[in-house]
Design a protein around this ligand. Structure first.
Ligand SMILES: [Zn+2]
Length: 116
C-alpha cells in the first residue's frame, strides 16, 4: 500500500464501555475490551497491534467521518463536541468514543494539492 494523500483529519477511537454486562461474548465477536484504542485517517481503524476494529461498526462510523470531512459539527447530530461522538456497534454492546483531530493538511477535493 502506498498512501499518497496526507489526510485532513485523523481519528482516535476508544472503547468507552459495554451496554450489556462486562464482556462482549455472544454480542460482538471482535472481542473489544474497554480502553482499547484504534486510530486511522481514511482507512479503517486499527489498534497498536494492527488489528482492525469491528467491521460492523464502520457502518455507523463512516457517515460520521464524512460529516466531519465535509466541515460539519458533530454536536448537531448528538456529539458532545464538534469532533467527538459516541456510537454503539450494531451488535448492540460495545460503546465507542470517536474523536477527530484536524491535521492541518489540505482538503482532498478543494486543496488542489496534486495540481502541478
Ligand atoms: Zn461489533
Amino acid at each position: 500500500m502506498k498512501k499518497w494523500y496526507d489526510e485532513e483529519y485523523e481519528w482516535e477511537i476508544e472503547v468507552a464501555g459495554f451496554l450489556r454486562g462486562q464482556q462482549t461474548e455472544h454480542y460482538c465477536r471482535n472481542g473489544e475490551e474497554i480502553g482499547d484504542k484504534y486510530t486511522c485517517t481514511y482507512g479503517c481503524p486499527v489498534n497498536a497491534d494492527g488489528q482492525g476494529i469491528c467491521s460492523k461498526v464502520m457502518l455507523i462510523m463512516f457517515p460520521i467521518m464524512e460529516a466531519v470531512r465535509s466541515g460539519g459539527d458533530l454536536e448537531n447530530i448528538g456529539g458532545h463536541e464538534r469532533y467527538s461522538q459516541n456510537v454503539v456497534c450494531p451488535d448492540g454492546c460495545v460503546l465507542f468514543k470517536m474523536t477527530a483531530n484536524k491535521t492541518g493538511n489540505e482538503n482532498f477535493h478543494k486543496g488542489h494539492f496534486y495540481d502541478s
